[in-house]
Design a protein around this ligand. Sequence first.
Ligand SMILES: C[S@@+](CC[C@H](N)C(=O)[O-])C[C@H]1O[C@@H](n2cnc3c(N)ncnc32)[C@H](O)[C@@H]1O
Length: 215
Amino acid sequence: MRLTQEMSKVEVKGFEARYYDRLMDLITLGYYPFFIRKAIKDLGLREGEKVLDMGAGTGRNALLMRPFVGQSGKIVGLEIGKEMQEQFGQKVAKYPNIELKDLRIDEPLPFEEAFDLVFISFVLHGFIQPKRDLIIQNAYKALKPGGRFAILDYANFDVDKAIWPVRFAIRKVECPLAEEFIQRDTKQMLSAHGFTDFEEHFYFGGYVRLLLAKK
Ligand SMILES: C[S@@+](CC[C@H](N)C(=O)[O-])C[C@H]1O[C@@H](n2cnc3c(N)ncnc32)[C@H](O)[C@@H]1O
């Protein structure tokens, strides 16, 4: 099957967007809040760091990152979904060091050596490979030398051998791009763009991975 960007479900809209956080909690039987707290702790953020959150969603992740970077740090979220932008705005209203920009991550971005960490959570799998490559290039350019790129997304595994709820989620709920992403070696994808020094953390029985790489 030839994969096209039109098959993607990554631009979350309508009901799914309005109730996104609650739906994630529900689908994971209440485990999501524990998982996401752990994953954000595993980013190893430090006081004063600047973070770029690509496809920032409702702002849930930005709020969780905020205590780690403190008042001297900064978080910039990039998000194009109107419902997501509204929720992000409401959540972070009282924090002047969290900012939202209405920018597409799959088009060239204006940031150069400005961030310590670029974070992309459950977004990269939803793009065709040329767009993934452009997103990775954007991340590389946006990072300071020695900065980290953090991909929280599906790990690389054999979907045929996965437990049935995972197979069901990937083949019936997700778009076909997700399975293609799972089968592609993500580390190789990053190495091709100059990233090195990989660090991995696994969740949900190894089906989800936080992959950290250095510029
Ligand atoms: C599956 S959600 C993940 C949201 C958030 N990162 C999280 O982990 O909760 C994907 C998000 O990426 C946003 N998105 C999709 N395509 C985008 C693009 N080209 N540029 C910026 N944001 C995009 C969607 O609107 C949605 O909020």
